[in-house]
Ligand binder design. Sequence first.
Ligand SMILES: NC(=O)CC[C@H](N)C(=O)O
Length: 234
Amino acid sequence: MNAAIILFPGSNREGDALRALAPHGAAKVVWHGDRELPQGTDLVVLPGGFSYGDYLRCGAIAAHSPVMGAVRAHAERGGLVLGICNGFQILVEFGLLPGVLMRNAQLRFICRMQHVRVERSDTAFASRYKQGQAIKIAIAHGEGNYEADAETIRRLEGDGRVAFRYCDAQGKLSKSANPNGSTNAIAGVYSERFNVLGLMPHPENLIDPLVGGTDGKGLFESLAAFKAAAPAAV
Ligand SMILES: NC(=O)CC[C@H](N)C(=O)O
């Protein structure tokens, strides 16, 4: 699998993304000012961080980067795009995913382990998980409170486009298991064609037992398995 990791001024998880992708093929870092992706890119990763210092709104300035035109073209061809945390914020600001990420309900930056429930496992990103499985993963954000208008939420829910929800260790949803006040405890959403995923938690940080667990690995393994089953780059 050939991955392109986009580097924005202020990104800080590109190294973690590289490490998570390393066992699954070649990953290149691409500068946000570039207008093209490397030939044969299968997966574009927008990593976490603080692009442009989170000025205006997280992701708002990065969404205007020259490279985003190539990211849109890749997504429109059916190519895979993964936005993690700040990357998710950039994707919603750019309009590749619906909704907005507001300040966390308690107006504090939260950095801790959190469980999320895998809502479906029949996608390119989640086939290595079981539907309904609660996975332990890290969160680190100040603006992760997912909101959208009622019609958009109804459509996302109706089309099964919620990828992950914040939950407790048993997979149960509750107000106390929702760290940031997100509507319907939404932690990640898919695009209409399920080839674009944005999520606030950091799967790339849960790939080594030394740092708290390996539940994040499944996402990268799922992508590699998807690519192995459909080898042509799109
Ligand atoms: N870890 C991240 O990507 C943080 C995202 C963003 N800077 C926020 O605080 O919400």
